[in-house]
Design a protein around this ligand. Structure first.
Ligand SMILES: NC(=O)c1ccc[n+]([C@@H]2O[C@H](COP(=O)([O-])OP(=O)(O)OC[C@H]3O[C@@H](n4cnc5c(N)ncnc54)[C@H](OP(=O)(O)O)[C@@H]3O)[C@@H](O)[C@H]2O)c1
Length: 263
């Protein structure tokens, strides 16, 4: 249980879905959590869940803002260091996607996907590099199985491209930072229960009934007979951040129940 007893984690997109799951899971073992998202109410609710897991409230820092803002990224890192005095692990998890076919995709949609999914992560990481060097920490990028294959939901090309860029980013980080004792790895989830497809991204999945029906269908298609849960990703993130993964650098772990090998 003391796996991460000295480690401070900064987890982007921790107000919802996979990031929330990572935060709640790590609340059992981490020294501190810096949590961030745009939705303040959801972020407070995640904090409550982390406190229920045993982490004291003063070990949880909440920062509300949009990661596409350079000023917000700067203040997020400054606040984290100001509060905890150190940073060990950055989890670049925040992401979005609004499917649009290549033939009709707007430049605005393309830019939003790239800005949120890769540019923000790239420049946030740049700001934390001095701090993870100081702790010989690590960076964990949440990509997707779709970085190397196409989605059954049509129109996900720009999303896939942003995740392929995330994979390349991890490899670049691993090479550049290994001499400083800093590791970088990617986690590539398949379909995980979250709010991702229930926003305005896929209007047909917006309500509870249609989303659950969609998950049931996908569970039947999966060799493991289920869709992924947030905990499935969280346990892998915790492992990659731990000393047990000290020789894993520049790698990626697919978390999809075996669905990917069928593509
Ligand atoms: N769920 C899946 O099936 C799946 C599969 C493969 C990969 N992924 C990846 O997993 C990651 C997490 O997704 P999820 O499924 O957990 O989705 P989610 O439930 O929709 O959560 C997305 C998170 O990202 C945050 N976010 C989005 N845009 C942001 C911005 N501009 N600034 C700051 N925060 C922003 C959201 O904050 P607010 O809610 O506060 O706005 C939220 O906390 C994403 O990178 C996604 O691509 C998901």
């Amino acid at each position: 249980m003391d796996e991460h007893k000295d480690r401070v984690f900064l987890i982007t997109g921790s107000s919802s879905g996979i990031g929330e799951g990572i935060a709640v899971h790590l609340a059992k073992t981490a020294a501190g959590l810096s949590l961030t998202g745009r939705n303040n109410v959801n972020l407070e609710a995640v904090k409550d869940k982390c406190v229920k897991e045993g982490l004291s409230p003063d070990k949880i820092l909440l920062s509300v803002g949009d990661l596409t803002s350079r000023d917000f990224r700067k203040s997020l890192v400054e606040q984290t260091i100001g509060h905890f005095g150190r940073l060990d692990v950055l989890v670049n998890n925040a992401g979005m996607g609004k499917p649009m076919p290549i033939s009709t995709e707007t430049e605005e949609n393309f830019d939003e996907i790239m800005n949120v999914n890769i540019k923000s992560a790239y420049f946030l990481t740049q700001l934390v590099i001095p701090y993870v060097k100081a702790t010989k920490g690590c960076i964990i990028n949440i990509s997707s199985v779709l970085s190397t294959c196409t989605s059954k939901i049509p129109g996900n090309c720009s999303y896939s491209m942003s995740k392929a860029a995330m994979d390349a980013f991890t490899r670049g980080l691993a090479q550049e930072l290994a001499p400083f004792g800093v590791r970088a790895n990617t986690v590539r989830p398949g379909l995980i229960r979250s709010n991702f497809l229930r926003r305005d991204n896929v209007p047909s999945l917006g309500n509870e009934g249609s989303y659950n029906k969609f998950l049931d269908t996908r569970a039947k298609e999966n060799p493991s007979g289920r869709v992924g849960e947030q905990e499935d990703v969280a346990t892998v993130v915790s492992f990659l951040a731990s000393d047990k993964a000290s020789y894993i650098n520049g790698g990626d772990i697919v978390v999809d129940g075996g669905r990917y090998v069928q593509y």
